[in-house]
Design a binder for this molecule. Structure first.
Ligand SMILES: [Ca+2]
Length: 232
């Protein structure tokens, strides 16, 4: 009687399984065959949105880190002095137009933006000054750009950003945007000129031949002396 009861129970379990699941409990291959694509699909469903969101939410440029050893006890040299450059087009037709040398001639008026030593132009969005150092230079650890504003209807640009390049075509950012609101003036008179040095200083250095100074603005820009320094 006991054996019969066990056999009956087993039979009932088999019937119940077949009725509810339509499968042979001994046949695990169909279960495996069905579960594999599902697990793959889940895996894809999970990974695809991640990949897409990574592409969509990561437009920020890679910012290079300086790696070259610098000894700041040595002499500080402005390697931009007298080097050639390209600048935003002249659009004022007056004494503040660029003459092709005033940005790297070493002459900076640090108290009076009204002097024609400054280069004035009008621009919206990003305008660039690009220095050509003539050859690759190592150990560049300080970058700066002078900007004047505060009177004559000349306002601060939104920000500046610096880039380096070996070929003048492929650029690498070396900083996030430097906001004008974060720069302390080196000279300032209420209701008159504010002179500002957008200085970026590192403890280590970069190698580059070209340096690009992007200025984001909406209106007049008064600029001078895009510079870069090594210690030698
Ligand atoms: Ca100058």
């Amino acid at each position: 009687m006991k054996k019969i009861a066990i056999l009956m129970t087993a039979l009932l379990v088999l019937i119940a399984c077949t009725a509810f699941y339509g499968c042979d409990p001994a046949d695990t291959s169909s279960t495996a065959a069905e579960s594999k694509p599902v697990s793959e699909a889940v895996s894809e469903a999970v990974s695809e949105p991640d990949d897409v969101s990574a592409e969509e939410s990561d437009p920020a440029p890679v910012i290079a880190e300086p790696t070259e050893t610098v000894d700041k006890s040595l002499t500080r040299t402005n390697i931009a002095l007298n080097c050639s450059y390209t600048a935003p087009e002249n659009n004022r037709a007056d004494g503040w137009d660029d003459d092709g040398i005033k940005l790297t001639d070493g002459v900076i008026n640090e108290t009076d933006g009204g002097q024609t030593t400054w280069f004035g132009f009008t621009g919206s969005g990003i305008n660039s000054i690009v220095l050509d150092l003539g050859e690759e230079v190592s150990g560049i650890c300080e970058f700066e750009l002078y900007i004047a504003y505060g009177t004559w209807g000349i306002s601060a640009p939104v920000s500046v950003c610096y880039y380096i390049s070996d070929d003048g075509e492929t650029w690498t950012a070396i900083t996030e945007e430097i906001l004008s609101s974060d720069v302390e003036p080196i000279y300032s008179v209420t209701d008159s000129w504010s002179i500002n040095n957008y200085l970026l200083s590192f403890d280590s250095g970069f190698t580059a031949r070209y340096i690009k100074y992007d200025i984001t603005s909406d209106g007049h820009v008064w600029v001078d002396a895009p510079s870069a320094y090594i210690y030698e």
